[in-house]
Design a protein around this ligand. Structure first.
Ligand code: SAM
Length: 218
């Protein structure tokens, strides 16, 4: 066991891991190419490769924050073929484009349902598509609302479900105590609360912008 930090993985290791990974699908590459010039924040490809692994065997997935459907597609590609995803985003100009890329990837329309609403309003309105139990929940929308998304999701989780949240290291700002903008403070509090929450076994993977992974004890 390595008990110190004389060596930590870096860019060389990330490139080596990527070199071993299956080739990127054309649809995922197309989303990456479209998102950058449009300034659409999507998960890093390294995080996508974590999502596809975590989605294995997870039949029902709920996602908060769709955008161009990049993370949605990674999750769909990892699910069993009869899996389904409900993904929430009020911006239909983004989610309409996402649908075209999902079709390009061969994902049947009925596998991915878009709820075009603000997530907290949809949860409070008991939107039928958001009825649980879900096997995995992915959070990637408004940072100050992460804790509220989690509380809305908990009654909708199956025992053993995973909750995954992106941006929890926020480009190094969360672990830097001198940074105190609203998003950073919200993410810092979210991380601390979830990692101490007895309802979950949780940690943070230092991948991409930081991925919190929490197993729901049920
Ligand atoms: C970071 S992007 C999602 C990226 C996506 N998960 C990916 O990696 O491909 C955040 C999205 O949250 C959406 N959003 C903003 N407010 C929201 C809300 N109240 N509820 C749900 N989604 C919201 C935005 O429209 C935006 O598309």
């Amino acid at each position: 066991m390595k008990g110190n930090r004389s060596w930590v993985p870096g860019a060389v290791e990330m490139d080596w891991i990527e070199s071993l990974a299956p080739p990127l699908s054309e649809a995922l590459a197309a989303i990456e190419a479209a998102a950058a010039p449009d300034n659409i924040p999507i998960v890093d490809r390294d995080s996508g490769r974590v999502l596809v692994a975590l989605a294995a065997g997870r039949r029902r997935i709920v996602e908060v924050g769709t955008a161009y459907g990049y993370s949605t597609l990674w999750l769909a590609l990892g699910q069993p073929p009869d899996g389904s995803i409900v993904t929430i985003d009020p911006d239909t100009t983004r989610t309409d484009r996402a649908r075209a890329w999902w079709r390009q990837a061969g994902i049947a329309d009925e596998r991915i349902r878009v709820v075009s609403a603000r997530a907290l309003e949809a949860f409070a309105a008991r939107e039928p598509a958001l009825e649980g139990p879900f096997d995995l929940a992915f959070i990637d929308a408004l940072k100050p609302e992460y804790s509220a998304y989690l509380e809305a999701l908990v009654p909708r989780l199956a025992p053993g479900a995973l909750v995954v949240a992106d941006n929890v290291l926020w480009s190094g700002r969360v672990a830097n105590p001198s940074v105190d903008d609203d998003n950073t403070l919200a993410l810092r509090a979210f991380d601390a609360v979830v990692l101490a929450d007895p309802r979950f076994s949780a940690t943070i993977l230092p991948v991409g912008d930081g991925l919190l992974v929490a197993g729901f004890r049920g």
